[in-house]
Design a protein around this ligand. Sequence first.
Ligand SMILES: Cc1cn([C@H]2C[C@H](O)[C@@H](COP(=O)(O)OP(=O)(O)OP(=O)(O)O)O2)c(=O)[nH]c1=O
Length: 200
Amino acid sequence: MVSTGSSAEFVLASASPRRRELLQQIGCLFQVAPVNLDETPMLGELPEHYVVRMALEKARAGWNASREQGKPVLAADTTVVCEGEIFGKPANRDEALVMLRRLSGRSHQVLSAVALCDASRCESRLSETEVRFRVIDEAECQRYWNTGEPADKAGGYGIQGYGAVFITSIQGSYSGVVGLPLAETCDLLSAFGLSWWESA
Ligand SMILES: Cc1cn([C@H]2C[C@H](O)[C@@H](COP(=O)(O)OP(=O)(O)OP(=O)(O)O)O2)c(=O)[nH]c1=O
């Protein structure tokens, strides 16, 4: 449950409703305090490096903003990788349509990193999932944009929404594609002595 005050075991440094819902799904007690960072990849940065760096930077920024509470801070980053190229959240309709056309009829990877920081350390875990799209035609790309779903999602689609109709196979972590890989997240929480469904 999202809790306020002393019952929260950690802080989630994220504005993503998906990350909140996934943590609620496994019974975590946490509070939410989003951070705002520049998410531009560095020139030539490898996708794996980028996504882990972003998750660690968000968790560190969250820790710095709330350190007086002394609670560990969890953060995550999700990116779509198509033919080696990083697809973040589309800036506008045209960018979303370019992404959807590129994803059509081929496989891509979804990388999700989760990071946890406290006073003494910051650690991260990385999840990689292979997702295959069927062919999507131009009219479908445009109709999909009009649903409003692509705008705030890496790669311009949501597996948990209408976007599911494009997906013919997935190998890896469903929760990782949605934005927070739960097996890796629980491993990280355990490493810091934090619980999940025991608190439900
Ligand atoms: C591929 C995919 C991404 N997404 C979302 C998860 C993330 O919220 C978003 C990727 O952007 P992120 O930059 O990882 O996260 P965010 O900006 O939404 O939130 P914050 O940085 O505050 O934690 O895309 C889905 O919801 N479904 C999907 O199928």
